[in-house]
Design a binder for this molecule. Structure first.
Ligand code: DCP
Ligand code: MG
Length: 368
């Protein structure tokens, strides 16, 4: 019933954690352009401009109506001049010449290809671009390059990994992960986080959060025969550590950026068999899937769940809100009250929102 309130632009919060953003985006035309602009700025390591476009995209994703004239965005937060220019052009021309320029930009196109490889980020892309490399073929042909273990796996399973993970695949992997974890820790809780928890139908990976109520005996959990590639990062969390105030800080959980071999008979893998005699070709009946496994101590489970459920923008705004509006520091482990100098315990996401004085936002409403 409360949904029927009239829409008042000036009442829209600048923080996405005070908005409910579902996957129904009626301004995709605009938000796609913004995300291209943001990504290009990210490739240029211009965080300020990148965030400006991501925040604007997030506001338009929340709007319950499609923008058709400039008047429609009047009074909305996060609409700077750079953003307005793009909106105006899309309204008038149907597309953004700036976003189009970016898509045709040589540097953007190279970075887009490079970062599509597991283990390759902006830093590595920058290095390769400066070396004069422009395409993945050129990277693969360059035998002087020292690839990390992660990047080698990224190239080896490239075709599988660039194709999206479906909900059905996520469910199949979920069963495997649950069963495997269960043989080690019968009481462990295994939860899908990331985009799939927010109701997305596809993803670039599957994110899992694992916690074991009771004593901690999760050390060998991540070493098991089903992983094709596993980069185990040991927990670096120190007890009573003040949360990090960085917007996109990595957390300190033991985690594993893995590639899992999902067996699926009857899958079309024709691209893998082209070099072989077609009659003799063995059919590849599996798909490589990117899986993030994060292990959290039980006391930090709610914070880890909130952080890993995302979206990234929702998480950024939660931290920004905590910091600027509540003088608290939030990360994936804890919430720290800077004035009272205490850690606020939480056993559920609802309790964290309550600590922050925020209305609860369901996972499927966090698609900011
Ligand atoms: N996250 C985090 N700390 C990290 C990495 C991610 O807190 N070091 C959070 C932010 C993301 C969420 O975890 O919203 C999941 O990360 P993904 O990159 O997998 O993002 P999504 O699952 O939302 O998208 P996709 O569908 O592309 O996988
Ligand atoms: Mg994900």
């Amino acid at each position: 019933e409360s949904e029927a309130l009239p829409f008042i632009a000036s009442k829209v919060s600048q923080y996405s954690c005070q908005r409910k953003t579902t996957l129904n985006n009626c301004n995709k035309k605009f938000t796609d352009a913004f995300e291209i602009m943001a990504e290009n700025y990210e490739f240029k390591e211009n965080e300020i401009f990148s965030l400006e476009f991501l925040r604007a995209a997030s506001v338009l994703k929340f709007l319950p109506f499609p923008v058709i004239r400039m008047k429609d965005i009047q009074g909305l937060p996060c609409m700077g001049d750079r953003v307005k220019d793009v909106i105006e052009e899309i309204i008038e021309e149907g597309e953004s010449s700036r976003a189009k320029e970016v898509l045709n930009d040589e540097r953007y196109k190279s970075f887009k290809q490079f970062t599509s490889v597991f283990g390759v980020g902006v830093k590595t892309s920058e290095k390769w671009y400066r070396m004069g490399l422009r395409t993945l073929e050129e990277v693969k042909a360059d035998k002087t390059l020292k690839l990390s273990k992660m990047q080698k796996a990224g190239f080896l399973y490239y075709e599988d990994l660039v194709s999206c993970v479906s909900k059905a695949e996520a469910d199949a992997v979920s069963l495997i992960v649950r069963n495997t974890v269960c043989t080690f820790l019968p009481d462990a809780l295994v939860t899908i986080t990331g985009g799939f928890r927010r109701g997305k139908k596809t993803g670039h990976d599957i994110d899992f959060l694992i916690t074991n109520p009771g004593p901690r005996e999760d050390d060998e959990l991540l070493q098991k025969g089903l992983l094709l590639y596993c980069d185990v990062i040991e927990s670096t969390f120190l007890k009573e550590q003040i949360p990090s105030r960085k917007v996109d800080a990595m957390d300190n959980f033991q985690k594993c950026f893995a590639i899992l071999k999902l067996c699926q008979p009857g899958v079309d893998n024709s691209s893998y068999n082209t070099s072989k005699n077609t009659d003799m070709a063995e059919v590849k009946d599996w798909k490589a899937i990117r899986v993030d496994l994060v292990i959290t101590p039980f006391e930090q489970y709610a914070y880890a769940l909130l952080g890993w459920t995302g979206s990234r923008q929702f998480g950024r705004d939660l931290r920004r809100y905590a910091n600027h509006e509540k003088k608290m520091i939030l990360d994936n482990h804890a919430l720290y009250d800077r004035e009272k100098r205490i850690f606020l315990k939480a056993g559920s996401e609802e309790e964290i929102f309550a600590h922050l004085g925020l209305d609860y936002v369901e996972p499927w409403e966090r698609n900011a």
